[in-house]
Design a protein. Sequence first.
Length: 271
Amino acid sequence: VLSNHGKLLCVIMKMLKGKRVIVTGASSGIGEQMAYHLARMGSHILITARTEVKLQKVSTQCRELGAASIHYVSGSMENMSPQSCLLGGLDMLILNHVGSTHFGYFKGDIEHPRKLLEINVLSYVAMTVSALPMLKESRGSVVAVSSLAGKVGNPFTVPYSTTKFALDGFFSSLRQMLIVENANVSITLCVLGYINTGKAAMKAVSHVICNKPAPKEECALEIIKSGALRQRELHYPYISVTIPLILRDWVPDFLDALTRNIMDIEKVERT
Ligand SMILES: NC(=O)C1=CN([C@@H]2O[C@H](COP(=O)(O)OP(=O)(O)OC[C@H]3O[C@@H](n4cnc5c(N)ncnc54)[C@H](OP(=O)(O)O)[C@@H]3O)[C@@H](O)[C@H]2O)C=CC1
Ligand SMILES: C[C@]12CC(=O)[C@H]3[C@@H](CCC4=CC(=O)CC[C@@]43C)[C@@H]1CC[C@@H]2C(=O)CO
């Protein structure tokens, strides 16, 4: 007898079987896990990243897991032509890639935020603009992966938070524009807490972060579910993301307490 969770998963699998899905930033981390879940669901998948050898490995694994088809486009997003990713038709666009960032005090280097805006924001805008005609035709979905740091200021990810806040501005406004246009394309903003991707970026900060990171596999499945169910936002892990968002506007000095609660700030290098 299937649990309610199991029944929902069956419904999601049927919704995504045969659907055409793009996942950016899928050579590792959360994006790689999303590709594997979509493969198990029998989707037609296109994945992007810079490292071709990693994309080839992920593609092989997706084929073995049952993808209806799997293609990849390798290249850096800040200068990739979106058209190269858009084959015949699209049902879901999952924008997940992220430029590497420094976790620590922002020293005023303008070039880093400038480059990060290109990778984390403008390429999301360009991909969305190019995909919209196909998504309007298929009544599809856009899923943009953000962070708690894109809703609540984080003292050690200033340039990164700047880009993630920008995603909220763009996709929240685009969602309202599509509603006014009666265009049946859903926009889901995924607000993620700390996720265990096992990457160097995570390891570099694990000694500073007090809370336990959530599993990337479950995170990836929740992102896909939220897109398939056309949710406006996903908060994952639910408690550690939703509580700060509620308290942020109601409790004075909450942000300072949050920073000190989830991070051991004395351990953040000041150099
Ligand atoms: N991990 C966490 O704790 C959290 C993650 N998130 C968000 O989740 C998403 C995935 O993060 P995560 O899995 O941890 O990240 P990873 O660093 O594990 O993966 C990032 C992906 O993006 C690709 N990428 C990096 N730079 C570029 C570029 N310039 N052009 C194209 N592709 C690029 C990488 O592949 P390659 O290097 O081969 O190009 C890789 O596939 C991001 O949007 C991140 O902001 C949000 C909150 C918390
Ligand atoms: C920046 C990065 C991804 C994040 O958003 C987290 C950050 C570590 C501290 C955090 C704790 C949270 O509860 C919210 C998320 C976040 C700000 C991560 C360090 C490296 C991660 C990265 O570069 C993207 O993978």
